[in-house]
Design a protein around this ligand. Structure first.
Ligand code: LMR
Length: 342
């Protein structure tokens, strides 16, 4: 017994020494002190869009805020344009904590929680403010927390706004014009069924591969915000744009829960404060950049642009009704109600 006690004591002392040498590894907040120098906590932020976008600019704003307000406790590295991970990889990378922040469009979270497809429901939100009220309200916040069992936590909603159709074949003014065309979708059944309701086909393609898919005519068209259409230069490979505002593309800023739980309460507080400020900035910028991009597209004049009339809009709402019949229960009627009332 005495010998066993001695062995245990020796083991505990050795363990203590190892932990000391490792600079008290495992300490919350990760600000280990090595050779007297504090190592910052590195936060990798990966996303798929280009630099002149609300998502990238807000990510840079967040970096600036967190690095300065934490006095160098954090170092934020922002990787745009699928440089680090594309649509297919970024969720897995976040889950593995290889990256600490991503901001996929809500649509791309459908495999984890089908309720995120709410954002895709045709003509659900009348304007940006209604969408923001929903995101900031009870149900929007519930969605942010819904991925915790999968090791991810939503920190903010970063909108990009209304999406519009482009294609290379013909002007799309009425639902029947879509007959037989094929469109790129981000993911999820709602978008496939939206095109099906219009008599069109669809194919899921990662954002980083859309330009080439349009160029090679793998698909005839796609749907996106003015800012994405402009910054991805889809007008080089598309002939027609319909200003439809038939749905939205909005982002969920996600972090990894293991990373999150490694932070101290003060660090979490600061992180959230900076995220709140960056979110405010993002929402202002979204309006500005989309308006600017619409002007750029008009100026470049490569696509013929058609804006839906109120009568056209009503025809699309009617044609897309089957999407509500099929998905209201899958998404949760309470979410759709909350969005309508927001
Ligand atoms: C898309 O895949 O079309 C967009 O969601 C990309 C983005 O992040 O804006």
């Amino acid at each position: 017994m005495k010998r066993a006690g001695q062995v245990l004591l020796a083991f505990l002392m050795a363990l203590g020494l190892v932990m000391l040498a490792a600079g008290c590894g495992g300490q919350k907040g990760g600000t280990a002190q090595q050779g007297g120098e504090k190592k910052p906590i590195v936060v990798k932020f990966s996303h798929v869009v280009s630099e002149n976008t609300p998502k990238h600019q807000a990510a840079l704003k967040f970096k600036e805020l967190l690095e300065s307000k934490s006095n160098g406790q954090f170092k934020v590295e922002v990787y745009p344009s699928s440089q680090l991970y594309g649509d297919k990889e970024e969720l897995e990378a976040l889950r593995a904590n290889n990256v600490q922040l991503i901001a996929p469009s809500a649509t791309k979270l459908v495999g984890l929680n089908p309720a995120f497809q709410l954002v895709d429901m045709p003509f659900l939100f009348k304007d940006d403010q209604q969408a923001y009220r929903f995101y900031d309200g009870e149900y929007g916040q519930k969605l942010l927390k819904s991925l915790e069992p999968q090791g991810m936590l939503g920190l903010a909603w970063w909108p990009n706004g209304s999406k519009h159709f482009t294609n290379s074949k013909r002007p799309l003014r009425r639902p029947e014009d879509f007959q037989g065309l094929k469109f790129r979708t981000q993911s999820g059944g709602v978008l496939d069924d939206q095109f099906k309701a219009l008599g069109a086909g669809s194919q899921t393609i990662a954002f980083g591969e859309v330009y080439v898919a349009l160029q090679n005519k793998t698909v005839d068209g796609q749907e996106n915000t003015f800012n994405n259409i402009d910054t991805q230069k889809y007008d080089e490979v598309q002939k027609y744009m319909t200003v439809s505002g038939h749905g939205r593309i909005d982002y969920v800023v996600l972090t990894n829960t293991t990373f999150w739980n490694s932070l101290t309460e003060d660090q979490k507080k600061l992180f959230l404060e900076c995220m709140k400020e960056a979110t405010k900035y993002e929402r202002q910028l979204t309006d500005e950049l989309n308006a600017k991009s619409f002007e750029n597209l008009k100026k470049r004049g490569k696509m013929e642009i058609y804006t839906l009339t109120e009568e056209d809009r009503q025809a699309f709402i009617k044609a897309m009704q089957p999407v509500y019949d099929k998905y209201a229960d899958k998404i949760g009627r309470e979410y759709i109600e909350a969005a309508r009332k927001a």
